[in-house]
Design a protein around this ligand. Structure first.
Ligand code: S3P
Length: 437
């Protein structure tokens, strides 16, 4: 599917974001192994949700969708009946994590703790992504894992059980790897400790704490002991990674005022707000509150005059998924933006450094590719063209935001891929373009 984007004279309205994808995946996985029944509302939408649900069902978990949720007045709710500690069953077939790196890595940690055989795979993009980063620590804990390409890529075959805790120093900050090890640690003898080089998203730690796990967080050091979990009812905050597209759109559009309701602003995720503010963005947070231990706020964003900025170091894990759309903002800003220390972007759903640089160049931006990032000379203007999504949801949506402020028409090729994380994206874009969202 191709999507045609035209520059729109005004951006206005209020949007409710789909549930945060990272929190949703943890809510599904952890409630699946908990004791009791959980009601989860405002789960993320899209293909990644379908993928993780199908994997958990493959392991014998009962998940039911219904519309009369008692824990919130939201429309759709999921009832997850946890199997309890040791209650998962050996899957009859290969588990398919689709496009989701989070699903395959977290589930591989889970499978490592189970005394049975399983195979997990994913789509072409996922099968090309590095899995050695979870295989190595999980093997040290005692799991038997083999995979394609010299045990570095999916499909992965796992024979789990009999784990012993380890202390693992992560070479790269990664919440997926951290979470995979911590989830395995729930089934391991002794303590399991992960030491992070810098802080990555901490949703797993927060949720494990709320579910009664024996977990201790000491800054960068997280320790978990063998624990049984109790199910929790959850209402998932709006996804800041989805909100980031509208935050940037509001900043770079000359006549914009957008309200994004109920967005999760966990400090390990909200680097996009910090960076855009450093660039001069007019962003305000209203009605701050807490939802199941996660900070949430309404976000108001207005047209802003942005300046270039240097982005690198510890902020990178807190903004990793938002960098493509921040690069779009940088191409409209005044002056130079440098993004460094972000080589991890090359092993996401696509090579997001290459994809962003190519897309922005096609739209007339002045951008230079670097091994671990890019350098962008802001010009204040982009010019419509045909750009590829590279089969990556975040690239499709970032380029659409660029299209909203580009002169002429922008066509996004393979635009349907936005449905991996945000199926309502194109409708939301239309509604705020008409000013009535
Ligand atoms: C995620 C962690 C990040 C992020 C991904 C979701 C998670 O990946 O890019 O989209 O839910 O834990 P890494 O942990 O590999 O950095």
């Amino acid at each position: 599917m191709k999507k045609l984007i035209r520059r729109t004279p005004r951006l206005a309205g209020t949007l409710e974001l789909p549930g945060d994808k990272s929190i949703s995946q943890r809510a599904i996985l952890l409630n699946s192994i908990a004791k009791g029944t959980a009601h989860v509302s405002n789960l993320c939408e899209g293909d990644d949700r379908t993928s993780i649900l199908s994997c958990m069902r493959g392991l014998g978990v009962a998940v039911r969708e219904h519309y009369d949720c008692s824990v919130s007045n939201m429309h759709e709710c999921f009832e997850i009946t946890g199997c309890g500690f040791g209650g998962l069953s050996e899957p009859l077939d290969v588990l398919d994590a689709g496009n989701s790196g989070t699903a395959v890595r977290l589930i591989t940690g889970l499978l490592s703790g189970q005394p049975f055989f399983s195979v997990i795979t994913g789509d072409e993009s996922l099968r090309s992504r590095p899995m050695g980063r979870v295989i190595e620590p999980l093997r040290l804990m005692g799991a038997e894992i083999v995979g394609r390409d010299n045990d570095s890529r999916a499909p992965l075959a796992v024979k789990g059980g009999n784990l012993t805790g380890i202390e693992f120093r992560q070479p790269i900050a990664s919440a997926q790897v951290k979470s995979s090890i911590l989830i395995a640690g729930l089934f391991a003898k002794n303590e399991t400790t992960v030491v992070q080089p810098s802080l990555s998203r901490d949703h797993t730690e927060l949720m494990l704490g709320a579910m009664g796990a024996e977990i201790d967080v000491d800054r960068l050091r997280v320790t978990v002991k063998e624990s049984e979990l109790a199910s929790v009812n959850l209402s998932i905050p709006g996804d800041i990674s989805g909100a980031a597209f509208w935050i940037v759109a509001g900043c770079i559009h000359p006549d914009a005022c957008l309200k994004l309701s109920g967005v999760g602003i966990n400090p390990t995720r909200s680097g996009v707000i910090q960076l855009l503010r450093e660039m001069g963005a007019r962003i305000s947070l209203e009605n701050p509150r807490e939802q199941n231990g996660e900070p949430v706020s309404d976000i108001i964003v207005e047209s802003s005059q942005l300046q270039g900025v240097e982005i690198g170091g510890d902020v990178i894990p807190r903004v990793i998924d938002e960098l493509p759309v921040i690069a779009v903002a940088a191409s409209i800003a005044d002056g130079q933006t440098i993004i460094r220390d972000a080589a991890e972007l090359r092993v996401k759903e696509s090579d997001r450094i290459g994809a962003t640089v190519e897309g922005l160049k096609r739209l007339g931006a002045i951008v230079e590719e670097r091994e671990d990032g890019m350098v962008i000379q802001g010009t204040g203007m982009l010019y419509g063209s045909e750009v590829d999504s590279f089969g990556d949801h975040r690239i499709a949506m970032a380029m659409a935001i660029a299209g909203l402020v580009s002169e002429g028409e922008t066509t996004i090729v393979d635009a349907e891929v936005a449905g991996v994380s945000y199926p309502g994206f194109w409708d939301d874009l239309q509604s705020i373009s008409l000013g009535g969202g």
